[in-house]
Design a protein around this ligand. Structure first.
Ligand code: AQP
Length: 332
C-alpha cells in the first residue's frame, strides 16, 4: 500500500487547533489505506533556542498526543526522529545537493530567523527544510499530510528527490503534499490574517489541545470577529468569522453554507458559543487520554522504541542504497 509520512515538532507543551485540523487529524484518517509513519521531530526542534528539559518533556507530550488523537501503534509507526540516525545522515547528503540560493529562498527561514539578530539564527534553522526532505525521502513516502505553510518545503523535497534520481539513478519516490483546503491555514483568534502558531500567537490567539474547557470557551468568545453581525464566510471582509466557520465546519462535519443558514439573523454570540462547545467536545477526550498516557512514561517510551525499530528498518534500507549510489565505500 502507498506510504504516508509526516512529522510534528515538540516545541510547545501542547499541539494547537491548527496542528490538529491541518495535520494530526489527517494522520489519523490516513492510517486507513496507507502504510503510515509519523515522527516527533526533535532534531528540528533544536534549530531554535530551547532547554533540554523542555525538549524531553515536550517530546513525550507530543508522542502522547499523537496516540491520544487516534494513532494506533499497531497500524502506524510512531517514533522520535533522533532515534533513527539515518535522518541526519541523509540530510548531509541532501545538503550537499542543495544550492545556497535555493535554500535562501525558503520563506519560513526568513520568518523564523527574523526573531534573531542579523546573522544569529543557527545554520540548523537554515538547513531545516533539507532535514525535512530527508525525513520524507528516507521512507519513500507517497503522501505527506501538512498545512499550507509547508508547501514550499514539499516543493524543495521533490526537487531534491528528482535531482538525486537524475544524478545517481532512480532512488527516491516523489512525494506529494496532502493538504485539506478548508483547514490548510487555521488563523490566530486575535489576528485572523496570521497563522495560529506555537511560537508567534499570543495566548488569546491560540487554542491548545491540552487546555481546560474554561479557558478554551473564554478564548473563542473573545475571538476577534468583524464589523456587521452576519455569520457569513468572506475571507476578504470577514476573516475572523470565516476562520470560526471553517473550524466549526471541520469539527462537526457540517458544510459552511448549512452553518450560515443556521445562524442567519442570530448574531455572533450563539455561533461562538457553539464553536466553543465543538472545540471542547473534540479536545476533552484527547486531553484525558494524553494525561493517562503521560502517567506511565515507561510504557510510552516502550511504544516509541517499538516505532523506532520499525522506522529504522525502512530507513536503513534506503540509506544503504544512497551510500552505494553516491560512492561511499562499503563497510565490511
Ligand atoms: N495554523 C495552522 N493551520 C493549519 N495547519 C497548521 N500547522 C501548523 N500550524 C497550522 C501544521 O501542523 C503541522 C505541524 O507543525 P509543526 O509543529 O511542525 O511546525 P509549524 O508549522 O512551525 O507549527 P507552528 O505551530 O507554527 O509552530 P512554530 O510556531 O514553532 O513554527 C505542520 O504540518 C503544519 O503545516
Amino acid at each position: 500500500s502507498p506510504r504516508v509520512l509526516s512529522g510534528i515538532q515538540p516545541t510547545a507543551d501542547s499541539f494547537h487547533l491548527g496542528n490538529y485540523l491541518g495535520a494530526v487529524r489527517q494522520y489519523v484518517s490516513m492510517q486507513e489505506g496507507f502504510d503510515a509513519f509519523y515522527c516527533v521531530v526533535d532534531l528540528h526542534a533544536i534549530t531554535v533556542d530551547y532547554q533540554p528539559e523542555d525538549l524531553r518533556r515536550r517530546s513525550r507530550i507530543a508522542a502522547a498526543q499523537l496516540f491520544a488523537a487516534g494513532l494506533d501503534p499497531e497500524r502506524s509507526t510512531v517514533f522520535v526522529q533522533s532515534h533513527v540516525r539515518e535522518h541526519t545522515e541523509l540530510a548531509w547528503v541532501l545538503i550537499c545537493l542543495t544550492g545556497m540560493g535555493e535554500a535562501a529562498r525558503m520563506t519560513q527561514f526568513k520568518d523564523k530567523s527574523a526573531r534573531y539578530g542579523e546573522g544569529s539564527a543557527s545554520v540548523g534553522l537554515f538547513t531545516y527544510p533539507i532535514l525535512q526532505a530527508a525525513d520524507i525521502l528516507l521512507y519513500q513516502a507517497d503522501q505527506v499530510p501538512v498545512g499550507a505553510d509547508q508547501k514550499q518545503h514539499l516543493e524543495l523535497t521533490r526537487d531534491l528527490a528528482q535531482r538525486f534520481n537524475h544524478r545517481f539513478g532512480e532512488t527516491f519516490t516523489l512525494p506529494k503534499p496532502y493538504i485539506v483546503k478548508d483547514v490548510e491555514k487555521i488563523t490566530d483568534l486575535q489576528d485572523p490574517t496570521a497563522k495560529m502558531s506555537k511560537s508567534s500567537s499570543s495566548p488569546g490567539g491560540i487554542l491548545d489541545l491540552l487546555e481546560q474547557p474554561g479557558p478554551l470557551r473564554k478564548k473563542v468568545m473573545r475571538a476577534v470577529t468583524d464589523t456587521g453581525s452576519e455569520v457569513l464566510a468572506d475571507d476578504e471582509n470577514k476573516p475572523g468569522v470565516t476562520n470560526l466557520l471553517r473550524i466549526q465546519s471541520a469539527l462537526t462535519g457540517t458544510p459552511i453554507p448549512e452553518l450560515e443558514a443556521r445562524y442567519a439573523g442570530q448574531g455572533y454570540g450563539t455561533f461562538k458559543k457553539d464553536v466553543a462547545e465543538a472545540v471542547i467536545e473534540t479536545f476533552t477526550p484527547i486531553r484525558e487520554r494524553t494525561e493517562k498516557l503521560l502517567a506511565d512514561e515507561a510504557e510510552l517510551d516502550r511504544m516509541l522504541s517499538v516505532g523506532a525499530a520499525r522506522a529504522r528498518a525502512v530507513a536503513a534500507e534506503t540509506m544503504a542504497k544512497v551510500r552505494d549510489r553516491v560512492g561511499f565505500l562499503p563497510t565490511i
